[in-house]
Design a protein around this ligand. Structure first.
Ligand SMILES: C[S@@+](CC[C@H](N)C(=O)[O-])C[C@H]1O[C@@H](n2cnc3c(N)ncnc32)[C@H](O)[C@@H]1O
Length: 305
């Protein structure tokens, strides 16, 4: 596939961003890293790259994220495309966390910007960032080292992570779903459901699907092969399809949205129990009530008052 030169991004925005970013500094960083050697620390032989990922360009970069250049250019560009600011948009996912997580998995973590914020918000939690691109993981690991944050980086496909059932209290994904076909987004949510403990929470931060539908021209700005398919769909519906309950989407400054879902507690007959527990709000109550969580080893819930 050839790189399109006719997007609004290529014609107008990219030259402006080029003026703003320190290209010389990026070139020095790029050349200072032995990308093949460093990425071999993360590369796993059992990871199969799905065709939707390897067959497309993302953001006009040939071979998408499977090139070290993508890992170097990602942050300098992303800071200008998340209004009002990148930190405010990413903070929306942190502010939506209702559980007290012991283990957090950030899917499609990329260069780790959200993963780092998760670890900063929950320093006691074990935090894992997973991505299909070993080069993105190299960049993420450099950022974590620089900030002194202990995060595990893992090469893998978010559809099939290989982690055991019920091994996380919180699973997140930021800016991942607009880069996947719908079938993949649903498969990732099914994997989130499997990975979460009962009462665990999933949070998806991404482009606002209502806004993207209304402003179709926006979908031409960047080279994003699946963004129209994403805009036409509904993360709420996909979460419901995967089995999540209490699904809610909130706008994040109109351009983005964050969707939350909970893995429900089931009765023995398979029906959802709504009478027993509710979230322990992190802000409201810092204590963890594990008293009657037999069979549900989640710190996420306390008993109803
Ligand atoms: C737009 S970037 C978002 C990165 C990061 N989460 C952020 O908020 O900046 C999308 C990332 O998802 C990764 N990705 C896409 N499909 C994936 C999959 N099936 N499994 C794991 N990572 C995937 C890409 O390699 C890329 O790093």
């Amino acid at each position: 596939m050839t790189v399109r030169q006719d997007t609004i991004w290529e014609r107008f925005l990219s030259p402006v961003v080029r003026l703003l970013i320190d290209e010389e500094g990026l070139r020095r960083y790029f050349e200072s890293v032995d990308w093949e050697k460093e990425s071999s620390r993360f590369r796993r032989a059992d990871v199969t790259v799905p065709p939707y990922y390897s067959s497309q360009n993302f953001h006009g970069i040939k071979d998408g994220y499977l090139k070290p250049g993508a890992a170097v250019s990602y942050d300098p560009i992303t800071q200008y495309v998340l209004p009002p600011t990148e930190t405010i948009v990413r903070q929306a996912i942190i502010d939506s966390i209702k559980v007290q997580p012991r283990r957090i998995l950030d899917l499609g973590c990329g260069t780790g910007s959200t993963t780092l914020m998760l670890k900063q918000a929950f320093p006691q939690a074990e935090v894992i960032g997973l991505d299909l691109s070993p080069y993105m993981l190299v960049r993420a690991s450099h950022k974590a080292e620089k900030t002194g944050l202990d995060i595990n980086w893992r090469h893998g496909d978010a559809q099939k992570t290989g982690f055991p059932d019920a091994s996380f209290d919180l699973v997140t994904a930021s800016l991942l779903f607009h880069e996947t076909p719908t079938t993949v987004a649903v498969a990732i949510l099914q994997e989130c459901f499997r990975l979460l403990v009962t009462g665990g929470q999933v949070l998806i931060l991404d482009g606002n699907q209502n806004t993207l539908r209304q402003l179709d021209w926006l979908n031409n700005v960047f080279e994003e092969p699946y963004i129209r398919e994403y805009a036409a769909g509904s993360v709420d519906a996909w979460m419901g399809e995967a089995g999540f309950q209490a699904v809610q989407t909130q706008d994040v400054w109109w351009i983005n949205q964050v969707t939350s879902g909970v893995k429900p507690i089931l009765s023995e007959d398979g029906t959802v129990r709504t009478d027993v527990r509710r979230y322990t709000s992190v802000q409201r109550d810092d204590t963890v009530d594990n008293e009657d969580l037999q069979g549900f080893p989640s710190p996420a819930f306390d008993t109803m008052p």
